[in-house]
Design a protein around this ligand. Structure first.
Ligand SMILES: Cc1ncc(COP(=O)(O)O)c(C=O)c1O
Length: 394
């Protein structure tokens, strides 16, 4: 099998597994218990908190552990909305190509009377800071713009967006689920007030995440029932998961430079070879991107059919969030980049990580063109392009 879907999830690293195992087996105390067996678990959380804070250049009291990126996004946005409401502010700015954990939360707030502005992300998938500046209002209570997109990998001008928000006294949240562990993050120098990350994107188990919330930003709990995590997230902590996340994040940050060079080289191979396939289009920004994600559309075929073909060859990839969930609609991310509807239906995301090899890239580059050719030979739409009945879009 060739696993090329690292933006969906990753395997648990040996470092993370070794770190978490004692808290599943011998050191299983409840961190809220006052006896020393419980305090041992509590100390493990404190140490993990320090590690995560160090990786983000935050303070330990600004770190909250969650069940993943979705929960962190929900808490950050709903919290900022509640704080905004208290000051009579009901306007939020975001982008149309956020993850649904953000977009669906904004939909919910819209139904509750909030005014939501979604900025254009242009064809390259990048927000223009000038356009954000124009969209800011007296009653804006939050700007939430993702650090790196999960489908096309485009990275936003986060420090500039943060600086603008700070100048205007508006809280800035970023969904850094696809960036954390893969790109340097410094919440202080990047002017970030709230940040979400998810452990399973960098070799921690699924169901682990972090919300960073700067100490001067009000934070409300989503979950009531206990005083854990300074009263901001009730529920017995997932001690083993928290320890694993900290170990995995630290390892990813320590190896970042080395891994980045390797992963970027593999991504470059994919882009160079796959863009030779006629009537294909690489999506996203060629300059501002996470190391391992490639998104490409092929005219005349369905992304979901291509995934099945690749699966027959043992290649795991993704077509983008909407398609993978069984919907026939093209991805909202690609449509927001102004990719034509019929082309967006033929999308493929390959996301490689440091555990992949250059040999695997060669294999993908050998098999993928054959799969595209096979599907095109069966596609009525492709025949229309080829006969000139329908003009090619790329
Ligand atoms: C950008 C982004 N945000 C949020 C999430 C949700 O994270 P989790 O699966 O940890 O809830 C994902 C997951 O794919 C993501 O890619």
């Amino acid at each position: 099998m060739i696993y090329a879907d690292n933006a969906a999830t990753t395997s648990v690293s040996k470092t993370a597994l070794d770190a978490m195992l004692p808290y599943l087996t011998t050191a299983y105390g409840n961190p809220s218990s006052s006896y020393s067996f419980g305090r041992q678990a509590n100390r493990a959380i404190a140490s993990a908190t320090e590690t995560v804070a160090k990786c983000l250049n935050a303070e330990p009291k600004e770190i909250y552990f969650t069940s993943g990126g979705s929960e962190a996004d929900n808490q950050a946005i709903l919290s900022a909305a509640r704080a905004g409401l208290r000051r009579g502010r009901k306007h939020i700015i975001s982008t149309p190509f956020e993850h649904h954990a953000v977009l669906h939360t904004l939909d919910k707030l819209k139904k509750e009377g909030f005014d939501i502005t979604l900025l254009d992300v242009h064809e390259d998938g990048v927000v223009r800071v000038e356009e954000l500046k124009e969209a800011l209002r007296e009653d804006t209570c939050l700007v939430t713009v993702m650090f790196a997109n999960n489908e096309v990998g485009t990275v936003q001008p986060i420090p500039e967006i943060g600086a603008l928000c700070r100048e205007r006294g508006i809280p800035f949240h970023t969904d850094a689920v696809q960036a954390a562990g893969h790109m340097p993050i410094d919440v202080k120098s990047m002017n970030i007030d709230m940040l979400s990350l998810s452990g399973h994107k960098f070799h921690s188990p699924k169901g682990t995440g972090v919300l960073y919330c700067a100490k001067n930003i009000p934070l409300y709990s989503l979950i009531e029932g206990g005083a854990q995590q300074r009263g901001k997230r009730a529920g017995t902590e997932n001690v083993a998961g928290i320890v694993a996340l900290a170990a995995a994040l630290e390892e990813s940050c320590d190896n970042m430079e080395k891994d980045r060079a390797k992963v970027c080289a593999m991504r470059d191979t994919l882009i160079r070879e796959l863009s030779k396939i006629p009537h294909s289009k690489i999506n996203g920004s060629p300059e501002h991107h996470v190391p391992g994600t490639v998104n490409i559309c092929f005219e005349g075929i369905e992304g979901s059919a291509l995934l099945l073909e690749l699966d027959k060859h043992g290649i795991c990839a993704s077509a983008g969030s909407a398609c993978t969930s069984g919907s026939a609609d093209p991805s909202h991310v690609l449509l927001s980049l102004h990719v034509p509807y019929e082309l967006a239906r033929g999308s493929l995301r390959l996301s490689v990580g440091e555990y992949n090899t250059p040999e695997e890239m060669e294999e993908i580059c050998r098999i993928l063109p054959e799969c595209v050719e096979k599907l095109r030979s069966l596609s009525p739409l492709w025949k229309e392009y080829e006969s000139g009945k329908r003009p090619h879009v790329c």
